[in-house]
Design a protein around this ligand. Structure first.
Ligand SMILES: C[S@@+](CC[C@H](N)C(=O)[O-])C[C@H]1O[C@@H](n2cnc3c(N)ncnc32)[C@H](O)[C@@H]1O
Length: 248
């Protein structure tokens, strides 16, 4: 007996609908939507909770470089690339995210070279266009993550740098999820991948081990790859009672 699975198109529509309903990070905004206060609060919340983003991105490296951000979300990091003096380009699957990014640049007086609704799996750019392609927490949500990775590599100039954050399947957060969604519900046959797929943000989210990513990258035309993990705010149990771990 088999169960028919979702097609890639169905899955992508679910991903689109989930993120278009509430742009990632915007739930922390206060004040009038798209006001400076709204964006400032989102920014403070983000970097207070996740200071490792600034270390990882190293935004100052963007000065005078052509930078593409894949999956801008509420555009908090996008703004940092703009502040660094990058020639900035951004895409996201959802119109809501692109609206956030447009307003965000406008509020702080910046302009992007391009900003558009688009799919990471089919980037609207020529080969070898960018010095830096940055993507934080995006391509593990896309149904064909490998295709999105290949696209990022395709649009990078030779010698260019891709900085990509994807979820670690062997993180404390994933273990907590397993306790909550498998162990405590007596669904002990569920794997870590299963609980991520069904419970982590948009439907179909994946997590990878360091070894898996290293072996994927070994087959791609890249060099000097460094794969490492961060212990993040979301891995810390003390942020919630043990049995009430948030699904985000
Ligand atoms: C967890 S949020 C991260 C957003 C932002 N990078 C941040 O860190 O706040 C995931 C984002 O990925 C976008 N996304 C998911 N699949 C995508 C795809 N195939 N192409 C472009 N964006 C995608 C979603 O629309 C959403 O804005």
């Amino acid at each position: 007996m088999v169960t028919k699975t979702h097609s890639m198109e169905d899955l992508k529509e679910k991903v689109h609908d989930y993120w278009d309903a509430e742009t990632c990070g915007s739930q922390f905004g206060e004040g009038k939507k798209f006001s400076k206060e709204y964006f400032d609060i989102i920014e403070k919340d983000r970097y207070d909770k996740e200071p490792e983003i600034k270390e990882f991105a190293n935004f100052s490296e963007g000065k005078d470089k052509r930078v593409l951000e894949v999956g801008v979300g509420a555009a908090t990091d996008f703004l940092q690339w703009a502040r660094s003096g990058a020639k900035l380009n951004g895409i996201d699957l959802t119109p809501q995210a692109i609206e956030h990014a447009r307003h965000r640049l406008e509020v702080y007086g910046f302009k992007a070279e391009s900003l558009q609704v688009s799919d990471a799996e089919n980037l609207p750019f020529k080969d070898n266009e960018f010095d830096i392609v940055y993507s934080w927490g995006v391509i593990h949500h896309s149904p064909n993550t490998l295709q999105a990775l290949k696209e990022i590599i395709r649009v990078l100039k030779p010698g260019g740098k891709a900085k990509i954050m994807i979820y670690n399947r062997h993180s404390y957060l994933t273990y907590f999820f397993w306790v909550k969604h498998a162990l405590l519900k007596f669904k002990w046959n569920l794997s870590l991948a299963d609980v991520l797929w069904h419970n982590m943000e948009s439907y179909g989210t994946k997590g990878y081990t360091v070894k898996e990513i290293e072996s994927i990258l070994a087959k791609e035309p890249v060099s000097n790859s460094k794969v490492f993990t961060y212990y993040t705010y979301y891995d810390k149990m003390e942020r919630h009672g043990f049995l009430s771990i948030d699904d985000c």
